[in-house]
Design a protein around this ligand. Structure first.
Ligand code: GCO
Ligand code: MG
Length: 403
């Protein structure tokens, strides 16, 4: 038995907030898991410290499945982002420990590598089409094989996904939510123009992606999908608020543009209908918000049976710990599609030393036993928590809208 002797939550803000769970064992081996939930970090801290950590002490760190079931079924209150992020942190830390004890990189425990590297997509964004395309060229020159394009919308003062920071983008920008303005009628004609311009400059040999951030109705989404078809997008992401899974039937009936969804999902139950009816092409739920490796594996298996591939969320609010674990998963998953990769700041990278590396448009998780990411606690302590929340979005007449 490998006894859990300590479970501690570490909060740090090297430019943005991250919550990390560290589990220590009787053999001196430790593991870490990401528990960051953007804008709601301290709720997960409390869930872990007040309700989960005390349950872990004395348990056998090798019994990952039993501990997962204990935390999920034992709480009675199932699902939800706070619960599932907390469970994910425990699960990820335990897989890290098991792989370290085995002396193997985590992907070997999952079934070994299915590919030589993990194709990632970067974020090109600009105030207008010209600037966005110029940014995309920069990404192509860095070796990226896939690029997400987001542009400012004429007539709107700010737009989701467009920022002054180019290699990363931080939406949680204030202690209290800032307010953005949205207009679907201004947005809809802009995106096809962007894709037309991008294809002209970048050519055909590159994957182009776009995120609508849950802002369209099914029929608006269908229109956008159709308008983008000539430019062969890799995917169109989060077109509608996906609580209503049946919405995707309408979209699917109208367009062949591939659809991705699920960064805000927490369990297989959020995407069961989408996957079983083959209404989507990529599922985006990643390790930290989907209950960890043990649960996201179930989502991936169901997806594989239904021709759906993985396309994990990888924005900066998912810590390097999540990224490391996700990359092991990606290297293994038979139905891997693509991995989002928004770079972390040098300050964040220094707090979380990691084995993963980028080359020629791919990330590789590295060969270090475990998931290959650690935390420098002394450095982490130098960056205390700073309240930061995601913005809200209003229509031009003031109506609160989807962000
Ligand atoms: C993406 C996401 C992010 C989210 C952010 C929320 O596709 O990367 O939409 O930009 O908004 O991760 O915390
Ligand atoms: Mg998104």
């Amino acid at each position: 038995m490998l006894k859990i002797t300590a479970a501690r939550v570490i909060v740090t803000c090297p430019g943005r907030n991250f919550v990390t769970l560290k589990i220590e064992t009787s053999d001196g081996v430790h593991g870490i898991g990401d528990a960051t939930l953007n804008g709601r970090e301290l709720s997960v801290v409390s869930y872990l410290e007040d309700h989960v950590c005390p349950l872990l002490i004395g348990r056998d760190a090798h019994r990952i499945e039993d501990i997962w079931q204990f935390l999920y079924k034992g709480a009675y209150w199932r699902r939800g982002p706070v619960t599932m992020s907390a469970i994910a942190a425990v699960d990820t830390a335990l897989w890290d420990i098991k792989a370290k004890v085995a002396g193997l990189p985590l992907y070997q425990l999952l079934g070994g590598a299915s590919r030589s590297g993990v194709m990632v997509y970067g974020h090109a964004n600009g105030a207008d089409i010209e600037e966005t395309v110029a940014e995309a060229v920069r990404y192509k020159d860095m070796g990226y094989k896939a690029i997400r394009l987001q542009t400012g919308v004429p007539g709107l003062s700010s737009t989701y996904g467009v920022s002054k920071d180019k290699l990363f983008y931080e939406p949680a920008d204030a202690a209290l939510p800032t307010e953005n303005v949205w207009s679907t009628s201004r947005y809809l004609p802009t995106v096809p123009r962007l894709f037309e311009a991008a294809r002209k400059v970048l050519g055909d040999d590159i994957h182009l992606l776009h995120d609508s951030h849950h802002r369209l109705t099914p029929i608006e989404a269908a229109r956008l999908g159709k308008d983008l078809e000539p430019y062969r997008p890799f995917w169109l992401e989060d077109v509608t608020p996906a609580e209503n899974q049946a919405s995707f039937r309408h979209i699917r009936n109208h367009t062949t543009t591939p659809l991705a969804v699920g960064e805000v999902f927490n369990t297989v139950w959020d995407c069961k209908q989408l996957i079983e009816e083959q209404l989507i092409d990529y599922i985006r739920t990643t390790i930290v918000h989907g209950g960890g490796i043990s649960h996201v594996r179930r989502i991936a298996h169901l997806a594989e049976l239904n021709n759906v591939r993985t396309g994990f969320h990888g924005a900066t609010d998912l810590s390097p710990v999540c990224m490391g674990a996700a990359l092991h998963f990606d290297l293994w998953a038979p139905n891997f599609g693509i991995q989002e990769y928004m770079r972390h700041t040098p300050e964040t990278d220094a707090v979380f030393p990691h084995a993963y590396t980028f080359a020629s448009g791919d990330l590789h998780p590295g060969e270090t036993p475990g998931h290959g990411v650690d935390i420098d606690e002394a450095l982490a302590a130098k960056y205390p928590y700073r309240p930061a929340q995601l913005p809200v979005n209003r229509l031009e007449d003031g109506t609160l809208f989807n962000w």
